[in-house]
Design a protein. Structure first.
Length: 146
């Protein structure tokens, strides 16, 4: 395997959507420091003007979306497969993967409070700025926050 440069670019390089020189350039576009695929997805196409063609950026973003989807699909399959030991968790886990927004928060709370897990999770329906959406007593970091 060729040496690509800084360790931060390894996940981008593994996508094989860009050439080596492009990968190194993308790592630091106009002062952006990409620490995750989401950082690249959130960066507007215009920030790459003069650095990479719109088609190359589109290829990169599509490769990222494909990778994220595969990873999420593998996790979902793994979680559902392992849940067969506790059949009552299967629909709860499936619901977590199928929901978004506030419905996702309720699904997570329901899963975390299932009889075999019962972690005393609670959600906050109204949050002030920086308050977690979902909390487990004794956790130092919030599970979800906006």
């Amino acid at each position: 395997m060729p040496i690509w440069g800084p360790i931060e670019v390894i996940p981008i390089a593994k996508l094989r959507a860009l050439q080596r020189s492009e990968v190194l350039i993308v790592n630091n576009v106009r002062g952006y420091q990409f620490t995750s695929f989401h950082d690249i997805l959130d960066t507007p196409f215009t920030e790459f003007t003069g650095i990479l063609s719109p088609q190359r950026i589109k290829n990169l973003k599509n490769a990222i979306l494909e990778q994220i989807g595969e990873t999420l699909g593998r996790r979902r399959a793994g979680h559902l497969t392992r849940s067969d030991k506790h059949a009552h968790l299967f629909p709860l886990i499936q619901r977590v993967y199928d929901c978004e927004g506030e419905e996702l928060e309720r699904a997570l709370e329901e899963l975390l409070n299932a009889p075999t897990l019962y972690l005393k999770a609670r959600s906050f329906t109204l949050q002030r700025s920086g308050q977690p959406d979902l909390e487990i007593p004794g956790q130092t970091e919030p599970l979800l926050s906006r």
